[in-house]
Design a protein around this ligand. Structure first.
Ligand SMILES: [Zn+2]
Length: 431
């Protein structure tokens, strides 16, 4: 079994500017923090933000940082391409809260042989744990020491955009008007709340976020959150007969009545689910926090009414007002928006082809920033940035995937500049 080599990484960085950008970003601990109400939720995101502002300013750009920490940089079109469609590209600064994100020790597995990788702490990434790893035999792969995540989700995306910007400022890449966004707190579902569609001022957008080489995310779940509150009645147990109502029992009944074969652990592919993720309570009052997910709108509506029916059943049994549900709309499937306004997906498909990357169109069993942006009027699919096993200590980044992400993004920028039929050449270009 192979191991990561820090020396090998050092020497590779001498000749690989994009990888160097990525490794420099990994040093910032930007883990998002659910429990914080700060904007952004962690100081590390501001530290990385300051680093990027400095870098962008040195390139004579004028980045703007919003009060939430989002960095927005407008890049004017190459002369003659001002009329091209306006493209927005996004990546997020934060990393997932699921695994430690500080003191990351990256190293390089050189020429992966296909027999698994032993991390420095003894953890092993093999093909059972990470089936996608089998696609990367013969490639160099960045890993951690097994105690932290790597942060490729989404610093790989951030690095790709920084590298792109470096190539844009000297017009090595023909481009129309571009808006580059480094968002914050994506991993805790807050990022798009901090984005103003008007300010992005674009015809369409693409997120460069996570996942395996070739992936193009074209659909997401429709998503609703539900908070259920159960109201009991406390009576001393000595005299409780016929009077006491136990909110904990109502809660347990409710959970038991949910369709058991429609949970995240029992569904896959196109199937939606119900998922209880938090409970708290005592006899007097209990709460359930849960989520509903479905690719189809009417499927989500059906799940919504199943919950309402269960609430009615509890109320019929224990008395009106014993249970109440509060529904929160979270995000919508972007699939229909992208079907209705297919231009950006067409550009993406062409960009993969131009970059020589086989496209794998995928429905994400989750949400993306693009889902929210699409449903707010800015069509926004997601393209891969390359990391595997995101959000945990087995995260790794095949180096060719990072480069492929850059090549696709670069091709996309050029194709959008040239227009849908490739005919948008600047006036006077053939004089
Ligand atoms: Zn991400």
């Amino acid at each position: 079994m192979q191991k990561g080599d820090t020396q090998a990484l050092e020497s590779k960085l001498q000749a690989d500017e994009l990888l160097k950008l990525f490794i420099d970003l990994v040093a910032f601990d930007t883990r998002a923090d659910f429990s914080s109400n700060d904007k952004p939720s962690s100081i590390g995101q501001l530290r990385l933000g300051a680093y990027l502002l400095n870098m962008l300013s040195r390139l004579n750009l004028k980045p703007v940082q919003t009060k939430e920490g989002v960095i927005i940089t407008k890049i004017p079109a190459t002369s003659g391409y001002e009329k091209a469609e306006r493209l927005c590209l996004l990546a997020h600064l934060d990393t997932a809260p699921d695994a430690p994100g500080n003191d990351i020790h990256p190293s390089l597995v050189v020429d992966y042989k296909g027999e698994g990788i032993e991390l420095a702490n003894g953890n092993v990434i093999d093909h059972d744990l990470s089936p996608d790893l089998a696609h990367h035999i013969g490639e160099d792969i960045v890993v951690t020491d097994g105690t932290t995540l790597l942060g490729g989700d989404d610093k790989a995306g951030v690095a790709v955009l920084l590298y792109l910007i470096q190539h844009l400022v000297d017009d090595r890449i023909v481009h129309g008007p571009l808006t580059i966004v480094f968002s914050v707190d994506e991993e805790i579902g807050r990022s798009t709340k901090y984005l103003d569609i008007e300010q992005l001022d674009s015809d369409f957008a693409v997120t460069i976020d996570g996942c395996e080489r070739g992936e193009l995310d074209v659909a997401t779940f429709n998503a609703e959150g539900v908070k259920l509150t159960f109201h009991g009645l406390v009576v001393h147990t000595a005299v409780a007969y016929g009077k006491l109502k136990n909110a904990l029992k109502m809660m347990a009944e409710f959970i038991a009545a949910l369709p058991q074969d429609e949970a995240p652990e029992t569904t896959q592919g196109d199937q939606g689910f119900y998922h209880v993720h938090d409970v708290l309570g005592n006899v007097e009052r209990a709460e359930i926090m849960m989520i509903l997910r479905d690719f189809a709108k009417d499927g989500l509506a059906r799940r919504h009414s199943v919950i309402e029916d269960l609430v009615d059943q509890i109320n019929t049994k224990y008395g009106q007002g014993s249970c109440e549900a509060l529904f929160v709309q979270q995000y919508e499937n972007m699939e229909q928006v992208l079907k209705d306004q297919p231009r950006i997906l067409d550009y993406c498909r062409q960009a993969y082809e131009r970059a020589g990357v086989k496209v794998i169109e995928k429905k994400v069993r989750g949400g993306t920033d693009g889902a929210n942006l699409s449903c707010r009027g800015l069509p926004c699919p997601n393209i891969f940035a390359g990391p595997l096993n995101c959000h945990g200590v087995y995260e790794c980044l095949p180096v060719p995937s990072l480069h492929a992400s850059f090549e696709v993004t670069k091709a996309l920028v050029e194709l959008v500049a040239l227009g849908p039929d490739g005919s948008n050449v600047p006036a006077g270009a053939d004089d």
